[in-house]
Design a protein around this ligand. Sequence first.
Ligand code: ADP
Length: 162
Amino acid sequence: MKIGIYPGTFDPVTHGHTDIITRSLRVFDKVVVAVAPNPSKHPLFNLAERLAMVQLVMKGLEQVDVTPFDGLLVDYVERSDAHAIIRGLRAISDFEHEFQMALINRKLAKTVETVFLMPSEEYSYLSSTIIKEVARHGGNLTEFLHPEVARRLHDRIGSLKP
Ligand code: ADP
């Protein structure tokens, strides 16, 4: 059974993330979505909240597991008996950082491969950061987020307003 690990912050999970997960399932038998605390990114949602939203969006997909993960990604991948790290590539702007990460990870663990997938064009400009910006200005999120995730995001942003 081929297992892929899809790591990220998912603050919050968007249709761009789910598009990559759906595509991954054409290549892997099982995908583990590994949600990292990433405090340095100052996430809007805490780890438990981000996990809950990914779980909600992935509900019913038996080939997808959602789990928290901390520490070195390659250690986690090796511990999980996974075959590859999955990452999404949006625009060329993602490439430099992702290329660096993939090579560092390969240096740390020779047998861990990184597989890059491109999202559907309609999501190629989508990021959690942009979505939070749209939400802050009261924009419509229905095309980008699961309705319940959109509701939670609006609530969170509303609760932070002075
Ligand atoms: P990180 O903090 O690791 O960048 P993210 O949650 O922002 O975590 O993203 C996790 C992965 O999903 C990354 O590989 C990112 O490039 C990818 N990703 C995020 N949004 C999209 C999208 N709209 N299309 C394709 N890949 C995406």
